[in-house]
Design a protein around this ligand. Structure first.
Ligand SMILES: [Zn+2]
Length: 132
């Protein structure tokens, strides 16, 4: 399942971005998954929940997925239409003259998080022995 490797890369990238932006923790990671990217959103979600815990920066992060439908344009008749798989034939011309114009992305859109506190220690450790 290559989604694990992709998600691992995504989390690393998000942590790099957080480091650059001065974020101590990431609350939200927004990604875009195109319908023609070959990436399954459900698998990414599954891998994300598993892998985010490996690093405290992303441990509580929420994953938001923007699903972008595949979109192609026929270079013969100019027709633009959505498609959910890589099917390179124009429905009008029925010849393989398509140019994929959207839907192949799997990318990090943005991250949101908590800034590192300059002046002191923001987090406090609670010593308790609650159930659970
Ligand atoms: Zn066409």
């Amino acid at each position: 399942m290559h989604e694990f490797a992709l998600t691992d890369d995504l989390l690393k990238l998000a942590r790099d971005e957080a480091e650059r932006a001065g974020l101590a923790r990431i609350d939200k990671i927004i990604v875009r998954i195109g319908g023609l990217s070959g990436v399954f959103p459900d698998s990414i979600e599954f891998a994300f929940e598993f892998l985010k815990r490996e690093n405290e920066v992303t441990a509580d992060a929420e994953l938001v997925i923007e699903k972008i439908p595949g979109c192609a344009k026929c270079s013969n008749c100019g027709k633009v239409f959505e498609l959910d798989r890589l099917f390179l034939f124009c429905p009008e011309c029925e010849i393989p003259t398509l140019e994929i114009i959207d839907g192949r992305d799997f990318l990090l859109v943005s991250i949101e998080g908590e800034e590192k506190s300059e002046g002191g220690v923001k987090a406090s450790l609670e010593a308790g022995d609650e159930n659970g």
